[in-house]
Design a protein around this ligand. Structure first.
Ligand code: MLT
Ligand code: ZN
Length: 461
């Protein structure tokens, strides 16, 4: 592409969003070109910050006319390199980052229909706060709630800590507005709970990682928050003890709102970084369970703990931020404690295979010559374990990733439980999908984005 061509494209875009919202300066673009983990970086010719769906559509049309590729970016809290552009290959044409940072509007909450329409750049925390003003709750919650955006959680079909209770993000999407690669706006916007006219396009866009269209607005389902909750952290010797605890809570009529697992190494690490240990006793695993119910929930939880095989346990009425901090501070603390960008592998295995798989996964870091460490934690109730490999030299990253995914595949699991494929896992999608399945996905991609200009390198490589 010639400089004249680039100048003509950029002047078209400036005419749409205004000069202040087309960043080309290296320093101004820097934060958009490296992901949260620091492991994935790329290059772009500009970062564009539209305000409305119409502006997105006009910019995408200009990109189509000039053959420009687009990397879609929300809060840039993704962990698999899906929200930053690739490093520029010699042959690449122009590429821009389309940031939704200015698209933060949240509509009036529909209290009777229990839903709210939001722009793609609204954060999870902002959406939940708006819902709370009306006595409701946004069912998706995750530690990065203050930066993660509506478009991002839809794009990755995020799970988060309330997945066990309410399902993943796809289940919360009632309607969607998205700009197609040709610049047309596709709007499927209804709060009807029964509406079976053809394909489930909102469901398809959820988890599509920005490869099919640019989500600009979402109509989300809201739920009533539980009347009262109790959060308990139990130190346990075996993973099976965590499952026994969760099962007994359910059998006794309590509703499990979240069920997480941590290891002693993880608890010690966050403790060294200023987080209070939830329980004094040491044990191989710690399970955090949040439950709700009717009647005396605290007494019911105490009864369960009395009968359970636990080393030690504490409980507190929700929200119990201190107890949750031990779990939620894992990501940031792990990242700060590693001498190299953390290799983060987000996997799931069937619950019945989890104890054995966990032991195998914990040993992976010992398999390379260079000393590195692993810290495992995750959403135990969903069979979802976050494998974090610290101090891994770049030349060992691929080998260790392959070993982790080998264990996961052998146990009938998934190489991407909730973070998506991004760039990080493209080489391994065959472990999770058959050739026919992958070919079908490529056909869908080809139908929506025939020139492959949306999030090139993500999902398909
Ligand atoms: C979490 O569960 O905290 C997130 O998925 C982030 C992470 O895996 O580090
Ligand atoms: Zn997670």
């Amino acid at each position: 592409m010639t400089d004249t061509h680039a100048t003509s494209f950029l002047s078209d875009v400036v005419a749409i969003v205004g000069d202040a919202h087309v960043l080309t300066d290296t320093d101004a673009m820097a934060g958009h070109l490296t992901d949260w983990t620091g492991r994935w970086t790329g290059t772009a010719d500009a970062v564009i910050r539209p305000r409305t769906t119409d502006e997105v559509a006009a910019v995408v049309s200009a990109c189509a006319a000039h053959g420009v590729a687009i990397c879609v970016q929300g809060g840039n809290t993704g962990l698999v390199g899906g929200s930053v552009p690739p490093t520029e290959p010699a042959s690449r044409g122009l590429l821009v980052v389309m940031s939704t940072a200015r698209m933060t509007d949240i509509d009036e909450v529909d209290t009777r229909g229990r839903c709210v329409g939001v722009q793609a750049g609204a954060t999870i925390d902002q959406i939940d706060s708006r819902a709370a003003e009306h006595g409701l709750r946004f069912p998706v919650d995750l530690a990065s709630r203050e930066s993660a955006t509506a478009g991002g959680v839809v794009g990755t079909n995020a799970g988060g800590v309330r997945m066990i209770r309410h399902g993943n993000t796809r289940r919360q999407v009632l309607g969607i507005e998205a700009v197609r690669a040709d610049g047309q706006v596709l709007r499927r916007w209804t709060s009807l709970v029964k509406d079976n006219v053809g394909y489930d396009i909102p469901g398809l866009l959820a988890g599509s990682e920005g490869t099919l269209a640019i989500v600009t607005r979402v109509l989300f389902r809201l739920v009533a928050p539980p009347a009262s909750t109790i959060v308990t952290v139990a130190a346990v010797r075996h993973v099976e003890d965590s499952f026994a605890l969760i099962d007994t809570m359910t059998e006794r009529g309590l509703t499990v709102e979240a069920a997480e697992i941590m290891t002693d190494a993880g608890i010690e690490l966050v403790h060294q970084h200023g987080v209070r240990r939830p329980v004094a006793a040491h044990a191989p695993f710690y399970t955090l369970v949040e439950v709700s119910g009717t009647g005396d929930v605290e007494a019911a939880v105490i009864d369960v703990l009395d009968d359970a095989d636990v080393v030690d346990a504490v409980l507190e009425p929700g929200p119990a931020r201190d107890l949750w901090a031990a779990r939620e501070r894992h990501t940031e603390t792990i990242s700060r404690s590693s001498t190299t960008p953390v290799v983060k592998l987000d996997v799931s295995v069937p619950i019945r295979a989890l104890p054995e798989a966990l032991a195998e996964l914990a040993a992976v870091a010992d398999l390379v010559e260079h000393p590195c460490r692993s810290i495992l934690f995750g959403h135990v109730g969903d069979g979802n374990i976050h494998v974090n490999l610290l101090d891994v030299p770049e030349h060992n990253a691929e080998e260790l990733t392959g070993r982790v995914f080998g264990i996961v595949a052998a146990n009938g699991g998934s190489i991407s439980a909730e973070h998506g494929i991004g760039r990080a896992k493209v080489a391994w999608t065959h472990l999770g999908r058959s050739d026919v399945d992958l070919a079908t996905m490529r056909a869908i991609k080809g139908a929506w984005d025939p020139d492959g200009r949306l999030n090139p390198g993500v999902l398909f490589g």
